[in-house]
Design a protein around this ligand. Structure first.
Ligand SMILES: Nc1ncnc2c1ncn2[C@@H]1O[C@H](COP(=O)(O)OP(=O)(O)OP(=O)(O)O)[C@@H](O)[C@H]1O
Length: 250
C-alpha cells in the first residue's frame, strides 16, 4: 500500500456508539498517519476497546465512518491486524503452526505456511522454538510469537491492545524497543491501547486521552520528534506525564 506520508492511513470520523441507553463514544474523530504510533489512554470504561473494535471493523458504530485511505471500511473486518493482551497462542499447536495460522487461513498448505513463517523466527527472537509448544516459552517469547502471528496477517496497520501489560518491567522495556525497531523496519502503522503513561510516551508519536465524561477525546499530546532517550530525561517529559495523568483523572 503506497501513500503520501501526510495522508492519514486510517481515519475515524464522527464515531458514535451506545450500548442500550449508555453512550460510550460521542463524535470521536481520530486519524493515524503512516508509520506512526498513536496511543489511546483513558480510565477503565472510557471506551478504548469500543473504539478499537470499531477501527478494526469488529463492531459497527451507530454513526460515523472509518476510512482506510479513501476506502470506507466501516464495520468491515480484515483490513487491520490486531493483537490483544489475551491473544493467547493455541496450546495444542507447535509455535510454527501457531504463527503460520494466518498463512494457512489465506490458503497456503501446511508446509508452505511453515516455510514462509520460518524465515522470521530469528528476527523475532524465536530461533529454535519452531517445534516447541507454547507452554515452553517465556512471557516475552510468547508475546513475540503472538506478534509474529499478527505480523503475518500482512497488514501494515496494527492495532495493539495492552500487548505488554503482562510482562515484567525489564522484558516490557526490551519488547517496547524491539517493537519500535520492527515497526520502523516494516513501516507499520500502529494504534496502541495502554494504561501505562510511560509506555505511551516511549512508544507514541501522538497520545489521545479518552474521557468517560466527554465520551470522546479530551486531550491530545504530540510527542516531540527527536531523540527519545533525551526526551525521557527532560523536564518536558515530566510535564507531559503530569498533563496526561490529569487528563485521565479529569
Ligand atoms: N457489548 C457491550 N454491551 C454493553 N456494554 C458494553 C459493551 N461493550 C462495552 N460496554 C460498556 O462500554 C463502556 C466502555 O467499555 P470499553 O471496554 O470500551 O472501555 P475501556 O476503556 O476499553 O475499558 P478498560 O480499560 O477497562 O478495558 C463500559 O461501560 C462497558 O461496560
Amino acid at each position: 500500500m503506497t501513500t503520501s506520508p501526510n495522508k492519514p492511513l486510517l481515519k475515524g470520523e464522527g464515531i458514535c456508539r451506545r450500548f442500550g441507553e449508555k453512550v460510550v463514544l460521542d463524535e470521536v474523530n481520530l486519524s493515524v498517519n503512516r508509520g506512526k504510533v498513536v496511543s489511546l489512554l483513558g480510565q477503565s470504561g472510557s471506551g478504548k476497546t469500543t473504539l478499537f473494535n470499531i477501527l478494526a471493523g469488529l463492531d459497527v458504530p451507530d454513526a460515523g465512518t472509518v476510512h482506510l485511505l479513501d476506502e470506507d471500511v466501516t464495520g468491515e473486518p480484515g483490513h487491520v491486524a490486531y493483537m490483544l493482551q489475551k491473544d493467547l497462542l493455541l496450546r495444542h499447536l507447535k509455535i510454527i503452526d501457531n504463527v503460520s495460522l494466518p498463512l494457512r487461513l489465506s490458503g497456503k498448505s501446511k508446509d508452505e505456511a511453515r516455510a514462509a513463517a520460518d524465515g522470521y523466527f530469528k528476527e523475532f527472537g524465536l530461533e529454535g522454538t519452531q517445534y516447541s509448544y507454547p507452554g515452553a516459552l517465556s512471557g516475552g517469547m510468547a508475546q513475540r510469537a503472538a506478534f509474529l502471528r499478527t505480523f503475518l496477517f500482512s497488514k501494515d496497520l496494527v492495532l495493539l491492545d495492552e500487548p505488554f501489560s503482562r510482562l515484567d518491567a525489564i522484558t516490557k522495556a526490551s519488547m517496547q524497543d524491539w517493537y519500535l525497531a520492527i515497526k520502523d523496519k516494516y513501516a507499520l502503522t500502529t494504534i496502541l491501547i495502554t494504561h501505562d503513561i510511560d509506555e505511551a510516551l516511549r512508544m507514541s508519536d501522538v497520545i489521545h486521552v479518552l474521557s468517560p465524561k466527554k465520551k470522546s477525546i479530551a486531550y491530545t499530546y504530540e510527542v516531540p520528534e527527536g531523540d527519545r532517550k533525551e526526551f525521557e530525561l527532560s523536564r518536558d517529559y515530566l510535564d507531559a506525564k503530569k498533563a496526561i495523568q490529569e487528563a485521565i483523572m479529569a
